[in-house]
Design a protein around this ligand. Structure first.
Ligand SMILES: N[C@@H](CCC(=O)N[C@@H](CS)C(=O)NCC(=O)O)C(=O)O
Length: 215
């Protein structure tokens, strides 16, 4: 039995839970990190050296940290799900998109910091949204002629990016942003997947976001 250490609303935990859902693997999830604490627990640091969530453990002592690494591992333990492309070139392209996910992850974090301030600064909001839109446009361009990032099959590339993109579509409606139609259509396709609904839509930014949330 696998145990996932991480609070459900954390984006990094959600992508691991989503992957488990897509591969129909059962697990036990422990609320960890954030208000639940535990990140500085020495036993937890042995699992996750930076003390960040998520980490996973298996009853036989196997453990892993870093959500994208966990996704890769889960994909390899369940090859029949087809999440790791069998074709060599496609597999390494998927790896590149996974590594690139750090870029949209960083810029959406900057947008969230800006709109959650008690008194959001319009200049900071405009700047961070413009940078984020430019970054998400890279993925929008990739998705123009395909169903999923690597083509017609959901892969680890989608799993690494899907939660970050959900955050983009949950920024307050009052904030102007350019249309990214291919990205939006892909997000809608993900929203139609039960595992994404359960572990991402229902858990990550589930409530409407508003300006000045930190107030
Ligand atoms: N690159 C890491 C990032 C992990 C990370 O920063 N997780 C956040 C939650 S999304 C965290 O641990 N925050 C502190 C906490 O929740 O206590 C991963 O993808 O696993």
């Amino acid at each position: 039995m696998l145990t996932v250490w991480g609070r459900a609303e954390s984006s990094a935990t959600a992508r691991v839970m989503w992957t488990l859902g897509e591969t129909a693997q059962s697990c036990k999830r422990l609320d960890w990190g954030g208000a639940f604490g535990g990140g500085d627990d020495p036993a937890y640091r042995a699992l996750s050296p930076p003390g960040r969530i998520p980490a996973i453990t298996r009853d036989d002592g196997f453990s892993l940290w870093e959500s994208n690494t966990i996704i890769r591992w889960l994909a390899t333990t369940c090859p029949e799900a087809g999440l790791w492309p069998a074709d060599e070139a496609a597999r390494w392209q998927a790896e590149a998109w996974m590594d690139w996910s750090a870029a949209p992850g960083r810029v959406i974090g900057q947008v969230r910091t800006a709109y959650r301030r008690a008194e959001p600064d319009p200049a900071e909001l405009a700047r961070t949204i413009a940078t984020a839109a430019e970054t998400f446009a890279v993925l929008d361009a990739k998705l123009k002629d395909r169903t999923f990032v690597m083509g017609e099959q959901l892969t680890v590339a989608d799993l690494a990016l899907g939660v970050i993109v959900h955050r983009w579509f949950r920024i307050p409606e009052a904030l102007e942003r350019p249309d990214l139609p291919a990205l939006e259509a892909w997000h809608q396709r993900l929203c139609a997947r039960p595992a994404y609904q359960d572990h991402v839509v229902a858990k990550v930014s589930a409530r409407p976001q508003t300006l000045g949330m930190g107030a």
